[in-house]
Design a protein around this ligand. Sequence first.
Ligand code: LHQ
Length: 260
Amino acid sequence: MPEFIRFDITDGVARLTLNRPDRLNALTRLMTVEILEAIATCHREEGVRCVVLAAAGRGFCAGQDLTEFQTLTGPETVGDHLRQGFNRIVLGLRRLEKPVIAQIQGVAAGAGLGLALAADLRIASEQARFTAAFIGIGLAPDTGVSWWLPRLVGPAKAFELLATNAVMDAAEALRLGLVNQVVPADRLETTVAELAGRLAQGPTRGIGLTKRVLQRALEVDLAAALEYEAQVQDIAYRTADHREGVAAFLEKRPPRFAGR
Ligand code: LHQ
């Protein structure tokens, strides 16, 4: 049984909840291992068709646990720590061909912001706050924050957020395009559950392939993106869910997607 996360799978939705509320879910080494194991399960289990990344208590995630980090000894560098931990979490979530929703009820800071940005969709409560936090302790960005921020908010705003350690509220995060939706705190869980339930009933392969082409499109030029779309469409075209979607349209009935 994991100690610092909760993990369950219900009706196609895997729910991974960070569970160190008294430390605002700051990430320890053990917690990182537990998150990686849960992500591996999401990759492996065909029954998982959507993932919700949530957090217990008033904070979403305050990033690296700075107390534990002081006590880490041995030959490992900070870079190694990132390569073995947070980098693998980010890549694990990005390579997961299933939609990932971050349910953000409170502060997301440092690597915690990176975790939120690695999700496909971010639904925030009105109480959520976002801060890069790295510069507060004299560090440069990590956990993918340097990659996502300029793409989401533009390079000048990204630099401002990183260099001034500004704290954004939920309304500003929505205005900047950092989150998809902001809802009252008491509506957050049901809003996310409804969205996750809908996505889990969707054509999972098509959604996963959509995630794959969008990720590639962020990294390559137009000609390469067009070529990749063509290759991926060959895969999507062969799915049972594509056939079901077309059949349902022609028969004028709602589709029943099986996620295959
Ligand atoms: C914490 C933490 C925390 C431990 C709150 N650790 N206890 C990668 C590789 C290597 C090295 C370093 O980092 C990285 C990546 C990173 O993530 S760098 C960024 C690390 N994170 C931060 O610098 C954020 C530090 N936290 C804060 O600035 C504030 O706590 C925020 C703005 C997140 C929230 O502020 P408040 O809402 O006022 O809460 P609080 O500060 O009162 O925190 C509540 C408790 O949680 C408190 O403990 P206490 O015993 O006083 O109740 C904090 O000490 C503890 N906590 N963050 N990262």
